[in-house]
Each structure stands twice: as C-alpha cells, then as structure tokens.
Write a protein that binds this ligand. Structure first.
Ligand code: AMP
Length: 174
C-alpha cells in the first residue's frame, strides 16, 4: 500500500457538479479498507509528535478523515459545519468555493486560546473552505498547527493561499 495506490483509488468525474470541474470522488478510496487505513495511518504518522489538542474537521468529508485521525491521535474532534446545523451559539465565516460561495460555522465554546489544532478536509482546491475554517479557529483564539488534506489540486492555488497562515500537508496531488 502506497501513495500511488491511494492516488489510483480516487475516481475522477468530469463536469460534476458543473461543466469544466474535474470532481475527485474520494468515496472509491474510503470504501477500500486497506486504502482508508493507509490514509489515516499516514496522516497520523505525520501529526503524532506535534502535540495536537483537536482535529477540526470540515463538513462533510472532513468529518470522515478528521474523525478517524482524532481517534488515532487520541485527541478531540471539533466539527466546522454548514449553516444551521450546530445547535449551540456559533460564529460564522463566508467563503468562496471552486464552484460558488458558502458559509461555515463553529461552536463558540469549541476551542479556546492555547488550543493547537489541525484542520482536516478531503481535498483542497482554491483553499477558500479551509481558509474560512482557519479564520473561525483563529477568531476563537486557538492556534493552527497545520491544514491537512488527502488530495491537493495543485494548479488551483490552495497551498499558496493557506501557507501564510499555517503549514499545508497533503497526501496526493493532482
Ligand atoms: P476549495 O474551497 O476551493 O479549496 O474547495 C474545497 C472543498 O470543496 C472541499 O470540501 C472539497 O470537498 C470540495 N471540492 C472542491 N473542488 C473539488 C473537486 N474538484 N473535487 C472534489 N471536491 C471538491
């Protein structure tokens, strides 16, 4: 099992959800037990020594990888969600997607000053989503150790956008 196997397990769907978008379908990776395990093991190996307090997972595929990573690191999991999903007091941040705009929320009491977090999503494209999650984390006073992704679409500039804020780590690049 290697990075190449992970990369080959991702299915490309042309023109979804709009013409011109090459959608990287990660469901074909995570349905294979050895591939899913390798993804989580590689992420955990990278972050094990870094004293992470919380994994912050982005709605929705960031929950799948972030949840498993938090379990493996023995730290807590904090969800960043689409509007109206979190039940207690929240703060919100608007952001631009590769295809459209959206908003993300986090519970006000989910993080505090001094907490060190890694922000996890399945994929980074232009970096608007992860950037918004990063702004939410920083508004709560917590420190971003890193942004972590299974897939990085290198030509869309997400790394360049995010790396002024924190380190960017990805497993496979297209
Ligand atoms: P961005 O904010 O442009 O970095 O977009 C990242 C978010 O949108 C992630 O949550 C991805 O799941 C999703 N996304 C954006 N572009 C793609 C793509 N080409 N294939 C799959 N998911 C994508």
């Amino acid at each position: 099992m290697s990075i190449i196997d992970i990369k080959n397990s991702v299915r490309n769907i042309p023109d979804y959800p709009k013409p011109g978008i090459q959608f990287k379908d990660i469901t074909t990776a995570m349905r294979q037990p050895e591939i899913f395990k390798e993804i989580i093991d590689l992420l955990a190996a990278h972050f094990r020594e870094r004293k992470i307090d919380y994994v912050v997972g982005i709605d929705a595929r960031g929950f799948i990888f972030g949840g498993a990573l938090a379990y493996k690191l023995g730290c807590g999991f904090v969800p960043v969600r689409k509007p109206g999903k979190l039940p207690a007091d929240t703060i919100a941040e608007e952001y631009a997607l590769e295809y459209g705009t959206d908003k993300l929320e986090i519970h006000k009491d989910a993080l505090k000053a001094g907490d060190r977090v890694v922000i996890v999503d399945d994929l980074v494209a232009v970096g608007g989503t992860a950037g918004a999650a990063g702004n939410l984390v920083q508004k709560l006073g917590a420190t971003i150790d890193s942004f972590a992704f299974v897939i990085e679409l290198t030509e869309l500039g997400g790394r360049e956008k995010l790396q002024n804020t924190a380190e960017v780590y990805s497993l496979v690049r297209f």
